[in-house]
Design a protein. Structure first.
Length: 173
């Protein structure tokens, strides 16, 4: 099954192996032929395993991004958000959108899950680079966000979003 999911073999395993793909195939075969729109339901549900793999991959990428990004920045975004600091929420939220846009593009255009993960890693690196570039004209950026200044947060957040949109567009090859 791992080979199928990661694009190493062109077809799923066929034998009655105890794995997710075969279990799902047995479930699909259990839908009675007489059921209205039987074929349409089977066709629709056939993509569910791939959906789950890519959705879980994206969730893992988002968690990894949040972990790395919040370790790189000197201010504690989650504590500031818990303390009701809108500047931290704006900066982190827009930064997250700037990361998710390329991940969406990677899911849509990647050859397999490994390819998707590689491009998600590239998206993470781009966002980290953007953070450091955006600090150049505003050297005390983190302190300003931590003190609740919205201008600094909006500058960082929208810069991250813009870079993410460009990153996503560049992944369409």
């Amino acid at each position: 099954m791992a080979g199928f999911l990661f694009g190493l073999n062109p077809s799923p395993p066929c034998a009655d192996q105890c794995n997710v793909q075969c279990s799902f195939a047995r479930f699909l075969r259990a839908i009675p032929d007489e059921f209205p729109d039987h074929d349409m339901i089977l066709q629709s549900l056939a993509g569910l395993p791939a959906f789950l793999v890519y959705f879980c991959t994206a969730l893992i990428a988002v968690v990894a991004y949040l972990f790395v990004y919040t370790r790189i920045t000197p201010h504690d975004e989650f504590q500031l958000i818990r303390d009701n600091d809108p500047a931290a929420a704006i900066a982190l939220g827009l930064s997250l959108l700037g990361f998710v846009l390329p991940v969406v593009s990677a899911i849509a255009h990647s050859a397999n899950v490994v390819d998707c993960l590689i491009w998600s890693l590239i998206a993470l690196i781009v966002q980290i680079i953007v953070y450091y570039i955006v600090k150049i004209p505003v050297p005390n950026l983190s302190a300003r966000i931590a003190s609740g200044e919205l201008a600094a947060a909006i500058w960082l957040g929208l810069s991250s979003l813009a870079a993410g949109a460009l990153n996503a567009a560049c992944m369409i090859y």
